[in-house]
Design a protein around this ligand. Structure first.
Ligand code: URA
Length: 236
């Protein structure tokens, strides 16, 4: 059992204050009955309607964040600002964590959730979920680099990577790199192994999720029903 306002706010769509107001204005139904008390305790599997729309029955929260440069992809850090610090206080208490890390100087798509099994599915090495990055490097990318990544490049420490795709863009120092793994600093290390150090890195996609172009760096939003359904399909 959980408080109704807390459950509504945990979706990330409304603050706790807004959730209370929604209930008080009669816009929420719990198992078909109009709710009046935001503090009412409701069963975990209660069906919640807001303005007639079913809130996902999932009790987990899923947020898309456009990680800006200068924050670390952790939930706590003694010195550095974290991605969780970009969220309002009521969403910092839900046990959210980033699914896969982006370096402090990298930006782009970061999924925040408290759904451990899903995170495991997206990150498990054997599952081969594609992640696409936009990169800018020092120097000109050429066919040899493309080939080296396609064959599975060996990093300077001897680690062998799975085949990856490098799509060169018209500006010779820019490319889209798609990998299926998540080794530490992987994209930077792959391109460093080609002699083309990365100057700028931005994650654009992760599995079925694409960075929402309307989200500026530092902004976030809950996943849409369509995005949730696409993630759900990965569980199967
Ligand atoms: N590869 C990197 O080198 N850095 C990231 O942040 C993500 C992938």
């Amino acid at each position: 059992m959980e408080r109704l306002d807390k459950r509504i706010a945990a979706t990330g769509r409304w603050s706790r204050k807004e959730a209370k107001a929604l209930v008080k204005s009669g816009r929420v139904k719990v198992d078909g009955q109009r709710a009046t008390d935001p503090e009412e305790k409701i069963p975990d599997d209660a069906a919640l309607l807001v303005d007639g729309h079913l809130l996902s029955s999932e009790r987990y929260t899923y947020l898309m964040l456009h990680k800006p440069q200068g924050v670390v992809s952790s939930t706590q850090d003694p010195r550095e600002p974290t991605v969780l610090g970009l969220l309002p206080p009521h969403l910092r208490k839900l046990g959210l964590f980033p699914v896969g890390r982006l370096d402090k100087d990298a930006e782009g798509l970061l999924l925040l959730t408290n759904d451990g099994p899903l995170a495991h599915r997206l990150l498990a090495p054997g599952k081969h979920v594609d992640k696409c990055y936009y990169v800018e490097v020092a120097g000109e990318l050429d066919e040899t680099d493309q080939q080296a990544l396609a064959e599975g490049i060996q990093l300077k420490d001897g680690t062998r990577c799975r085949p990856a795709c490098l799509e060169r863009l018209p500006a010779g120092n820019q490319a889209l790199v798609t990998i299926q793994e998540g080794k530490y600093h992987q994209v930077k290390r792959m391109l460093a192994a080609c002699g083309k150090p990365v100057n700028y890195l931005k994650r654009l996609t992760m599995g079925p999720l694409e960075l929402d172009p309307s989200l500026p760096p530092g902004a976030w939003r809950p996943l849409t029903e369509k995005e949730l359904a696409a993630l759900e399909a990965l569980r199967k």
